[in-house]
Design a protein around this ligand. Structure first.
Ligand code: ADP
Ligand code: 5RP
Length: 546
């Protein structure tokens, strides 16, 4: 029996899963990863730390699965779209003020390059049409410009700049191949023309990269799942506990692996579903909304269109919310009842979210009651800006309707209102996609927070769309494992892997009647609050400049 390993490096942890050719997960394991936050919107990680977390997770998952390590036919990697900077020998270079070479990763959520982002966008270069009209500070191009301007020694000394998932395949195989997914979505590579745009790099201040023929950011660009190098090197195989030469698939960004592991899955009757009628919603630290179209769709403020970045032959638009699970975590930290609720949850041996969901379920027996429970409390949870469709990294969160309540029941209402705010943000993205030619019928949910039934039901009711649940408990890991299966030669491409390895398990339909009416009103208020926050910022900007 052939088995495959999928590795997913999220913001908070590295996970590994072992899957068979039907997509059944035989075992999984997880390790935390270190993260440093500093003033100035600086967020950094360490490639060495991530590799040791990945190695430990793979070894444990394979051991728990009971399969012989040499029956693993292929391994695939996905990761957050963070920037890794390394020397010729593969060791890290410092990327921030700490000067610590162990901190060699600028994390996707790091917003240090806001000024560089603004200047790049002011060029209005035609390349920007393929990233939603403007680059985001979460992409790699502004981060590279920040390094060139603010840490020229690191920029000059670097032998390679990688997206984290490409770094993982480099670490595993020694190959400098880059995935078309990472370069197209985060580095302004034009996949539909198979080229970098030299003029763009010269105009924005990164002529050095063009002068050297883009060798440090990638010249050999391959489709996700392409077998790269000669498979695992001896050293990487020893670290992961696998056979040297095990096939390694070109990688995907984590959200895209979630899309691969869930979009286009067979429905409950075993029929193939249409990937262009589905939007993947990968709800973890951030939330990523992935929509595929046969023709390019230019949606202002929504990243893309990216050719072949997730599914072969299809264009991808990627909307999202920069802080999703992170916004809920932060919202809960602001409430005075959280320490008591956390202690109560620990005493009962359950998680804080489970406790809050129990309180909500006890208070609200149906969709209308759930909608009423948070009717007076409105949250626009944009603590880290609006990624889409406003492409407004400076936006900040708004809460309307707070009273003096400080008990656990009011914490549960705040949690519910925060989840509602994320769902309305998702609705705004789907509406923007549909207004520009997408035909989304179903949202397929995955990611850590996507495993909660409350989240699933609320998302259906608040967006007014059907929410489909993949059968796989870990669709992101499954997507990564599919890359290994394709690299092993067991499927001709990722679409074929989807056809055999993934299925939907259930569909939540939106509740009609009063619940829909309450959510429609709350959505309108969400949009009002978003506009009010923008106006407030503009007004204060004028006052501060006067
Ligand atoms: N039931 C839930 N409701 C809201 N947020 C949740 C829930 N379960 C998990 N989360 C949030 O999801 C995030 C973790 O999701 P995960 O997919 O593991 O993240 P990542 O891949 O970014 O490391 C955390 O921010 C966590 O607080
Ligand atoms: O930008 C992204 C995908 O394009 C992701 O949001 C980013 O990589 C973080 O992912 P996660 O929420 O899983 O930690």
């Amino acid at each position: 029996m052939a088995v495959y390993v999928g590795v997913d490096v999220g913001t908070g942890s590295a996970r590994a899963g072992v899957f068979d050719a039907e997509g059944r997960m035989l075992a999984t394991a997880k390790r935390p990863i270190a993260i440093w936050h500093e003033p100035g919107d600086i967020v950094e990680q360490s490639s060495a730390d991530i590799w040791s977390a990945v190695s430990a997770a793979v070894r444990e998952a394979v051991a728990t699965s009971g399969v012989a390590p040499d029956t693993v036919a292929g391994i695939g990697f996905d990761a957050t779209c963070s920037l890794v900077v390394v020397n010729a020998d593969g060791s890290g270079l410092p990327v921030g003020p700490s000067g610590d070479p162990a901190r060699d990763i600028i994390v996707w959520m790091d917003h240090r390059a806001l000024d560089q982002t603004r200047r790049i966008n002011e060029t209005k270069h035609s390349v920007l049409a393929y990233v939603g009209g403007q680059v985001s500070p979460e992409m790699e191009t502004p981060k590279l410009l920040w390094l060139a301007e603010r840490m020229p020694e690191t920029f000059a000394a670097a032998a390679h700049f990688f997206d984290l998932s490409d770094w993982l395949t480099f670490r595993a195989t020694g190959s400098l191949d880059r995935s078309v997914c990472t370069l197209t979505c985060k580095w302004t590579y034009l996949a539909h023309e198979k080229r970098w745009d030299e003029g763009f790099f010269r105009q924005i201040g990164l002529a050095a990269l063009a002068d050297e023929g883009f060798v440090r950011i990638g010249t050999h660009v391959v489709e996700p799942g392409t077998a790269i190098g000669n498979g695992l090197t001896e050293e990487a195989a020893a670290a992961l506990g696998l056979r040297p030469g095990t096939a390694v698939g070109a990688a995907l960004i984590d959200a895209h692996a979630g899309g691969l592991g869930s979009i286009g899955a067979r429905d409950m009757e075993g029929r193939a579903t249409d990937p262009t009628r589905q939007m993947g919603y990968i709800f973890g630290t951030s939330a990523c909304a992935m929509a595929s179209t046969p023709e390019p769709s230019f949606v202002p403020g929504v990243w893309g269109p990216y050719y072949g970045a997730m599914l072969p032959g299809l264009w991808l638009n990627e909307g999202g919310q920069s802080a999703a699970g992170a916004a809920i975590d932060h919202l809960l930290r602001l409430h005075t009842a959280t320490p008591a609720a956390t202690a109560e949850a620990a005493r009962r041996g359950i998680g804080l979210f489970a406790l809050l969901e129990e309180i909500i379920a006890a208070d609200a027996k149906d969709a209308e009651a759930v909608a009423r429970l948070a009717a007076g409390l409105h949250v626009v949870p944009e603590f880290l800006g609006n990624r889409a469709p406003n492409a407004d990294p400076d936006a900040r969160a708004t809460i309307l309707g707070l009273g003096l309540d400080s008990d656990i029941a009011s914490l549960a209402r705040l949690y519910l209102a925060g989840l509602g705010g994320l769902a309305y943000g998702a609705r705004q993205i789907v509406d923007a996609l549909d207004a520009h030619g997408a035909r989304i019928e179903t949202i397929v949910i995955s990611g850590g927070a996507g495993q909660s039934d409350l989240v699933r039901r609320l998302l259906a009711d608040a967006t007014g769309r059907a929410i489909a649940i993949p059968e796989a408990a870990e669709p992101v890991l499954l997507g990564a494992a599919m890359l290994g299966a394709v690299a092993a030669g067991d499927f001709p491409d990722t679409l074929a892997a989807i056809g055999r390895m993934s299925r939907l398990a259930a569909v939540f339909r939106p509740s009609p009647g009063a619940a829909a009416r309450i959510h429609a009103a709350k959505y309108a208020i969400f949009l009002d609050l978003q506009r009010a926050e923008m106006r407030a910022r503009a007004r204060m900007g004028e006052a501060l400049e006067a």
